[in-house]
Design a protein around this ligand. Structure first.
Ligand code: DGL
Length: 288
């Protein structure tokens, strides 16, 4: 019988800031023995309104930084960065690179019954048309309705700054602390047109948005299934590493190292712990 091989090199995960931690926490849940290096490009966040070429250059720069850290695979835990740079990263690096769009598209196709799917994302992601392409590549009979909802990124960040404890608690409609009428109005302005399109499935096409799940779900209604690609991405990581015989040794004690280009380490540590639901023991600032 062939001997089992292990690869304890870390998985590299990155995002424009802390949004990708919603993906990192699912990877950690699915693969608790893996070492993780997370990179949050807080200094240059948001990526959403930036030019695609510029975001692509960030993807290649951060990808190279992770390769230099000897990661065994890269997860682009940002939809905007996936849209702008996944192809270039796959063509540049010799290790596997996966993004968050294709897994989210797959989950949406599985979930829809009436084949009307909504997508909310940043301006960059919506303008790239990447979700429409990914969904219709699987089922060309699905109609996709996409809307850029940039203010949701602001709301998620504000919620994090305003509250203590798990972030989701403060972004629910039940929370008096956080959901002020104006937030609900913004959500209604964004989501009412999608409701009128009779969607039964809504892709949260930005890694910040799972933090607003309760707000978005409350406004769009319980008949619409919300898709968070993070769990699907974690499954893809598991499949990929299993197929390549590159899983970490289950007997090792894993580490989770976090890096940010932002200047306020205390803030990143505090936000991060509340998204991850465990403390960020190792956090360093990086200048690219
Ligand atoms: N987390 C990013 C994404 O998934 C959005 C935030 C940004 O605009 O940088 O698209």
């Amino acid at each position: 019988m062939a001997e089992t091989t292990f690869d304890n090199a870390p998985i590299g995960v990155f995002d424009s800031g802390f949004g990708g931690l919603t993906v990192a926490r699912e990877i950690i849940k699915a693969l608790p023995h893996e070492n993780i290096i997370y990179f949050g490009d807080t200094k240059r966040c948001p990526y959403g309104p930036r030019d695609q070429k510029e975001v692509q250059s960030f993807v290649l720069e951060i990808g190279q930084w992770l390769v230099d850290k000897n990661v065994k695979m890269i997860v682009i835990a940002c939809n905007t960065a996936t849209a702008a740079g996944l192809v270039a990263a796959q063509q540049t690096f010799s290790i596997p690179v996966i993004g968050v769009v294709e897994p989210g598209a797959r989950a949406a196709v599985r979930a829809t019954r009436n084949r009307h799917v909504g997508v909310i994302a940043t301006k960059g992601t919506v303008e790239s048309g990447i979700y429409t392409k990914a969904i219709r590549n699987i089922d060309a009979g699905i109609t996709v309705f996409s809307t850029a909802t940039p203010r949701f990124v602001e709301i998620a960040e504000l919620g994090i700054r305003m509250a203590r404890g798990p972030i989701e608690n403060y972004t629910s409609l039940a929370s008096k602390v956080y959901i002020r009428p104006e937030f609900q109005e913004i959500a209604q302005d964004y989501l009412d047109p999608l409701r009128r399109c009779d969607i039964d499935t809504l892709v949260l096409g930005c890694t910040h948005f799972p933090l607003l799940k309760a707000l978005i779900g409350g406004v769009i209604g319980s008949r619409v299934t919300l898709i968070n690609s993070a769990e699907e991405v974690a499954k893809d990581c598991t499949d990929l590493l299993t197929r390549r015989g590159s899983l970490a040794d289950p007997n090792q004690t894993p580490y989770h190292h976090f890096y940010t280009t932002g200047e306020n380490l205390d803030e990143f540590r505090d936000f991060g712990a509340r998204v991850l639901r465990f403390p960020m023991d190792f956090l360093e600032q990086v200048t690219l």
